[in-house]
Design a protein around this ligand. Structure first.
Ligand code: DGY
Length: 322
């Protein structure tokens, strides 16, 4: 009998071709967040899960899946999964690091430029007939060369952003709990120094207990009034209510958010009404090649788990100890 695997949401068949003939696959009917009823019903017999970041794997779900041997997330971030609960049950959890680094770093620079140079607003003005002359003082933005980019979280993506930023002549500083050797010319500073010195603050940390709400009123008030905040990490790293006040009261100049809290952000949310806030719908990894490779890696992790091999990319390798 082939092991039963639940795939939380539909994916193109060519992305998951390696599962063909290997598993009995049950797929969620659509892209709505969560686990659809047909998947919840199948949990008691499931031996593997492949999930998107819109499907939570928590203690209650694990209790309903006693035969589970592997959880494979099609994302590098695993904050949708209770990893500690999986570890207690000896279930390895897979993720997809590395493959989305370039796409996410590219988008970060795209957002930075878009906000620094008013791209959405100026394009909209041109389309709406407000481009009536070459205005020497119209749509003035921020200079990049010589400005300071503060990166919070110098992991793979943070480093790829730093590498790109140097090409634009930005000085790069970073903060995370511990300094680390890097070849991207990023200088370690304290959290407070980073906030005070940066013209652009870009978030690249994972979401966990120490980063949840990291950017709240105190941090936003410590930033320059001309600063631009970029979040491509996870929405809850920023306190949304504080950000609304920061943007509407001028504590900082602007923000570009590819992730939000809540997510998706409801269309009537006050952030959308602020002209100095650009919001994209969590598209950091959304390139053809990247998303396909993420799905392939998720399948590789899943198959390894089902075969009792160590997952190629495992976030809780302690399950293999002892
Ligand atoms: C991830 O992999 O964690 C990203 O947020 C998805 O693009």
């Amino acid at each position: 009998m082939k092991p039963m695997v639940l795939l939380s949401h539909p994916l193109p068949s060519e992305w998951i071709a390696s599962l063909e003939g290997q598993v009995h696959l049950i797929v969620g009917p659509d892209e709505r967040p969560g686990w659809a009823p047909n998947l919840l019903e199948a949990l008691p017999a499931a031996e593997g899960l492949i999930c998107l970041l819109t499907a939570r794997v928590d203690e209650a779900l694990l209790d309903r899946a006693p035969r589970l041997r592997v959880v494979s997330n099609m994302a590098v971030g695993v904050d949708n999964i209770d990893v500690a609960a999986c570890t207690r049950r000896g279930i390895p959890v897979g993720n997809t690091p590395g493959v989305l680094t370039d796409a996410t770093a590219d988008l970060t620079l795209g957002l930075l430029l878009a906000v620094a140079r008013w791209l959405p607003q100026s394009a909209q003005d041109a389309r709406a007939g407000r481009w009536t002359t070459w205005s020497p003082t119209g749509w003035l933005g921020a200079d990049l060369r010589g400005a300071t980019l503060g990166i919070i979280g110098l992991g793979k993506i943070g480093m790829a952003v730093a590498e790109r930023a140097r090409g634009f002549g930005l000085r790069v500083v970073y903060w995370q709990p511990r300094p680390k050797e890097n070849k991207v010319g990023a200088t370690y500073v304290s959290f407070e120094e980073l906030l005070a010195a940066s013209d652009f603050v870009s978030l690249h940390c994972p979401l966990n207990d120490s980063t949840r709400g990291l950017i709240g009123e105190t941090a936003l008030r410590a930033m320059k009034p001309t600063a631009i905040l970029i979040n491509v990490a996870r929405g809850p790293v920023v306190q949304t209510e504080a950000l609304v006040r920061a943007l509407s009261q001028g504590w900082i100049a602007a923000a570009a958010l590819d992730v939000t809290d809540p997510e998706p952000l409801p269309s009537d949310h006050p952030l959308y009404s602020l002209p100095n806030c650009l919001i994209t719908p969590h598209i950091g990894s959304a390139t053809y090649g990247t998303r396909r490779r993420m799905a392939e890696m998720a399948c590789e992790n899943l198959l390894a788990g089902l075969e009792g091999r160590p997952l190629p990319h495992c976030v809780n390798p302690q399950v293999y100890e002892g």
